[in-house]
Design a protein around this ligand. Structure first.
Ligand code: GDP
Ligand code: IMO
Ligand code: MG
Length: 423
């Protein structure tokens, strides 16, 4: 391993949870470095489905799991998640640590986000409405409340008082909605601190110690490259940096500590929420993949938009993240198609486009160029060795590797742990 990042190479929901779960078998430490409970990482263990939003999915293997400084944390959701996992036999207490530098998502973040999405109407981003954007806004505006702020109750009360005064001005005067009560927020946080306080620390020191001891560390990315606030399809993005580079700031390690970057990529493409999607399919085709691929948002339950594999997207991800190899998921879902189009490039005004455009206005003028691969027309979900996949399935995997400039190290053919092929 020893320090490996798993990063989403498309618009999220690539199956990062499955890939992390696979690699976590050999990890000593699993670390989330950004995002919040807008993420939904799903793993099936037998007939039990686990969808985890804040705690790294490594918790399912009872590995020490860190919530890093780059995250935004809704402690009510964390409490629910802990209770849910514990009630199903997963040992959470003692296995999680929370960065004292991580920012909190508070009730006013969720209210303001919902009001702002409603105000935008048809121009809404289609966010998860979990308060993610407003919490990162406060972090950048230097009025955020951090985990470590809960240690000193007197200063917490003063900080909350200042920020809530401002938020209530917004809620009342701009959004014409009900104000929030700072005392209630304060009292709730006190109770939550009693519960989580012992797990709060400088998590970067745990990472450092593990590195020095030569332990295996897995950094669990959330969302995907195309949702990155700097490199994604802005403004239809999330408010953090899912890119592998964010491991450094979000977990608190230097860039030389990272040994390997694995990109999770679906064998096709999906997206939830608004924004451009060049290879998007019409519903009559998309619906053939939705059930078998489980293409409903793990966080909001929304039906995911579905399209063919877009090599322009993943090629850019390989470059931006320094992806060493791809874990290709959902190959089984393509088993019923006679032919499978793959987007190999874009054309704009008759000219070939060399790289996925950063500007939506340019992207809107691009036409995907497809190459058609023959399908394999069979159920591959029980195949265990790459050599045993049908020839056309192997050709599909190899062609995608060539197109994006990274080898495929793993192929996933189902949602269960044993439906994984090491290439
Ligand atoms: P993440 O956010 O990247 O972790 O992905 P999600 O968990 O949100 O979405 C992936 C969905 O696909 C989940 O329902 C998984 O159970 C399912 N899944 C993951 N890998 C595979 C695969 O190889 N084949 C199939 N059919 N489903 C998969
Ligand atoms: P995982 O980790 C898919 C999308 C939302 C919306 C946009 C902004 O499960 O892959 P936000 O609430 O983050 O401000 O919403 O980003 N989005 C995701 N889509 N998977 C995710 O996470 C996502 N996290 C955010 O749908 O379009
Ligand atoms: Mg997801």
């Amino acid at each position: 391993m020893p320090a490996t990042v798993v990063v989403g190479s498309q618009w999220g929901d690539e199956g990062k949870g499955r890939v992390v779960d696979l690699l976590a078998a050999d990890a000593d430490l699993v670390v989330r470095y950004q995002g919040g409970n807008n993420a939904g990482h799903t793993v099936w263990v037998g007939d039990q489905k686990f969808a985890v939003h804040l705690i790294p999915i490594g918790i399912l293997r009872e590995k020490l799991s860190l919530l890093g400084a780059g995250m935004v944390i809704d402690l009510d959701v964390l409490l629910e998640e802990e209770a849910e996992l514990s009630s199903r036999g997963v040992q959470v207490a003692g296995n999680i640590r929370i960065s004292e530098n991580a920012h909190l998502i508070l009730p006013y973040h969720k209210l303001i986000e919902a009001a702002e999405e409603d105000r935008r109407g048809k121009d809404a981003i289609g966010t998860t409405r979990r308060g993610i954007g407003p919490a990162y806004e406060d972090k950048a505006a230097r009025r955020g409340i951090r985990m470590g702020d809960l240690r000193d109750l007197d200063t917490l009360a003063a900080k909350l008082d200042t920020v809530v005064k401002y938020k209530n001005l917004l809620l009342k005067n701009v959004y014409k909605s009900r104000p929030v009560d700072p005392d209630r927020i304060y009292n709730d946080l006190r109770v939550l601190w009693d519960h989580f306080g012992p797990a709060v620390c400088d998590t970067s020191l745990i990472v450092q110690e593990a590195l020095e001891a030569g332990r295996n560390i897995l950094f669990e990315g959330a969302h995907g490259t195309m949702l990155d606030i700097d490199w994604g399809t802005y403004p239809y993005v999330t408010s953090s940096n899912p890119l592998s580079g964010e491991v450094c700031a979000g977990a608190g390690v230097g860039p030389k500590a990272i040994d390997r970057v694995v990109g999770a990529a679906k064998a096709y493409t999906t997206r939830v929420g608004a924004g451009p999607f060049p290879t998007e399919l019409e519903e009559s085709v998309a619906e053939r993949m939705r059930e078998p691929g489980g293409e409903f948002g793990s966080t909001t339950g929304r039906a995911r938009r579905i399209g063919w594999f877009d090599a322009m997207v993943v090629r850019k991800s390989v470059r931006l993240n320094g992806i060493d190899s791809l874990a290709m998921t959902h190959l089984d879902v393509l088993g019923e198609f006679d032919e499978i189009p793959v987007c190999v490039g874009y054309r704009r005004g008759g000219e070939e486009v060399s790289d996925f455009p950063n500007q939506l206005e340019v992207l809107a003028q691009c036409e995907p160029v497809y190459e058609t691969m023959p399908g394999w027309k069979s159920d591959i979900s029980q195949v265990k060795r790459f050599a045993d996949l049908p020839e056309n399935a192997r050709a599909y995997v190899k062609r995608i590797g060539e197109l994006v400039g990274a080898s495929v190290s793993d192929v996933l053919v189902g949602r269960q742990r044993d439906q994984s092929i090491f290439v």
